[in-house]
Design a protein around this ligand. Structure first.
Ligand SMILES: NC(=O)c1ccc[n+]([C@@H]2O[C@H](COP(=O)([O-])OP(=O)(O)OC[C@H]3O[C@@H](n4cnc5c(N)ncnc54)[C@H](OP(=O)(O)O)[C@@H]3O)[C@@H](O)[C@H]2O)c1
Length: 520
């Protein structure tokens, strides 16, 4: 691999010098014995501790129903880090330092006495900022968010609009509502107890390195941004594919489906970053204002327009990578007659100056041939003279692909002459790979998000209006499907790229899906 030019090192620009300080604080995790805590939150906090990025001092309090001594909880978490963390390895010395900050608090979410015990525990911390700076992480079912926030407020642990020393913040997990009405209701319940500025709605996609890189790529490179509009771009394809089926999450998935689980949040968030106007600054509100503006300018499909603009699908049995897969309806805790979609492909139009007439095709699904997340910006073809006149559709149009984890990088596709005496032309690719350039280390999304919540930087979290406008885009699609059983053409074999109708969505305008490619 080529080594970096020393000048490149000199040109590295640090944007985080003016970052908020990490002040000592107490982090309370509600749902402390759950899957999310073991799989994501504690591994992320452990790595932040190991890299000395957590505040010092800090306390991490686990709140859940089952009684257990501190030591038992710590052991549980340690084996979680060994199983799920990105390094898997736990350094005993580092763990000992980390574990000393972990305290378990047993309680029922609905029991006021449990919050009194929590308040007493926090009041007993010797260092004052540990008592006044409080991050409450709600790793609970969404139906429990408001209940927990209400009790925290009654126990005076969470204070809304009370100026004074210290801060309190609520981090809430997805799903945030199941439709616009439920999201609005949840927002009004939460904002009774906490100011909007105190609420951090997580979409872990936004913590991924390359998602943030979309902003840097667009707004720090003059050559691309001036092509980023309807004059140069023909259409955009956004694919988030998963090789796995629903596995053990059948019960959850039966109440969600691909539209709610993926499109309403992750895919629309990525689309907003790809298509939004440049914000006036990198401040959280400036970035979020632009995302909201973009989401608002996505044309809403009337339920009667949905069949022509959105394709849903459900997987049948098949094979992925030579491994047999059962049909969705045969998965555990899934109804044998379920009409839940495991695949969605949608065409969206953006009614603003920059993107007028440029289709954005979004698709996501389970049991697809490979796991990939990528945005392909497909440019317009050259005028129909010279090579285009001779080659016709064989002359590929240029494209830039922004690949998100698990295979981060950027690929520019253009045409080149095949060397030799004959005149042959074919597409070639220019690859930029994060791993090759910077090494394999990329922090987990939750590391970044937890740190930003501790710092009080809300840029990567979803604002109230953002979550609501995203629901207003997907709700009409849901209602078009309500009470409509899946038709035979809406099923796809596991291991394929979705039902056949998905091609028609693009071919109507002379476009074709470009499937993500496996990379070495
Ligand atoms: N798991 C993931 O990877 C993931 C990813 C994205 C989002 N999420 C979201 O994160 C949230 C949590 O998911 P999860 O998978 O961690 O759930 P989970 O494994 O079912 O854990 C639920 C936790 O909540 C506690 N709990 C439930 N009811 C309680 C009550 N009445 N009083 C006190 N504690 C109670 C449980 O404590 P006991 O064990 O003591 O009963 C347990 O610690 C959900 O909203 C989910 O949608 C999860």
């Amino acid at each position: 691999m080529e080594t970096a030019d020393p000048l490149d090192e000199l040109l590295t620009c640090r944007l985080d010098v003016g970052r908020h300080q990490v002040e000592p604080c107490s982090i309370v995790i509600f749902g402390a014995s759950g899957d999310l805590t073991a799989r994501k939150l504690i591994p992320a906090l452990y790595h932040l501790h190991a890299s000395k990025q957590l505040p010092d001092p800090v306390r991490i309090i686990g709140f859940a129903r089952r009684p257990k001594p501190n030591d038992a909880w710590r052991e549980e978490l340690k084996s979680g880090v060994e199983t799920f963390s990105r390094t898997k390895r736990v350094d005993p010395k580092v763990w000992a330092g980390f574990a000393a900050n972990l305290v378990y608090c047993q309680g029922e979410f609905g029991d006021p006495d449990a919050y009194a015990r929590l308040a007493k525990l926090i009041a007993g911390f010797g260092h004052e900022p540990l008592r006044r700076n409080l991050l409450f992480y709600l790793a609970t079912a969404p139906a429990q968010f408001a209940e927990v926030a209400g009790h925290l407020s009654s126990a005076r642990l969470l204070r809304r609009d009370e100026p004074g020393a210290g801060w309190q913040r609520l981090v809430v997990e997805k799903p945030f509502g199941t439709d616009l009405a439920s999201a609005q209701q949840l927002n009004s319940e939460l904002t009774r107890f906490a100011h909007e500025k105190q609420i951090y709605r997580i979409d872990h996609y936004l913590g991924k390195e390359t998602v943030q890189n979309i902003l840097m790529f667009r707004f720090s490179n003059a050559i691309f941004e001036r092509l980023w509009n309807r004059e140069a771009v023909d259409h955009v394809q956004l694919t988030v594919s998963e090789r796995l089926g629903v596995g053990t999450r059948g019960a959850f998935y039966e109440g969600a489906g691909a539209l709610r689980d993926m499109v309403q949040n992750h895919l629309l968030q990525v689309m907003a970053l790809v298509a939004m106007e440049p914000p006036v600054s990198l401040e959280a509100e400036a970035v979020r204002d632009e995302k909201v503006k973009l989401l608002k300018s996505i044309r809403r499909w009337d339920p009667s327009q949905v069949p022509a603009a959105v394709v849903r699908g459900q997987y049948l049995e098949g094979e992925v990578d030579g491994q047999p897969r059962v049909a969705y309806r045969q998965e555990s805790r899934v109804s044998p007659g379920s009409n839940m979609e495991t695949f969605v492909a949608a065409k969206f139009l953006v009614d603003n100056w920059r993107w007028s007439g440029v289709p954005f095709y979004l698709r996501t699904g389970k049991n697809l041939p490979l796991s990939a997340s990528e945005v392909r910006v497909q440019f317009r073809p050259t005028p129909n003279v010279l090579f285009a006149a001779q080659c016709g559709p064989k002359l590929d149009a240029n494209a830039i692909t922004l690949r998100l984890p698990p295979n981060e990088g950027i690929t520019l596709r253009f045409n080149g002459k095949i060397p030799g005496t004959s005149m042959q032309i074919r597409p070639v690719r220019m690859h930029f790979s994060y791993d090759a350039e910077f090494g394999a280390y990329t922090p987990e999304a939750y590391e970044r998000l937890l740190l930003e919540a501790i710092e009080g930087d809300a840029t990567l979290f979803i604002r109230r209006d953002e979550v609501e406008v995203a629901w207003s885009i997907v709700d009409p699609i849901r209602s078009a499907w309500a009470n409509q059983p899946l038709g035979a053409s809406e099923f796809y074999a596991a291991g394929t790229w979705g039902p056949q109708a998905v091609d028609g969505l693009l071919s109507a305008r002379g476009h074709a899906w470009r499937n993500p490619q496996p990379t070495a």
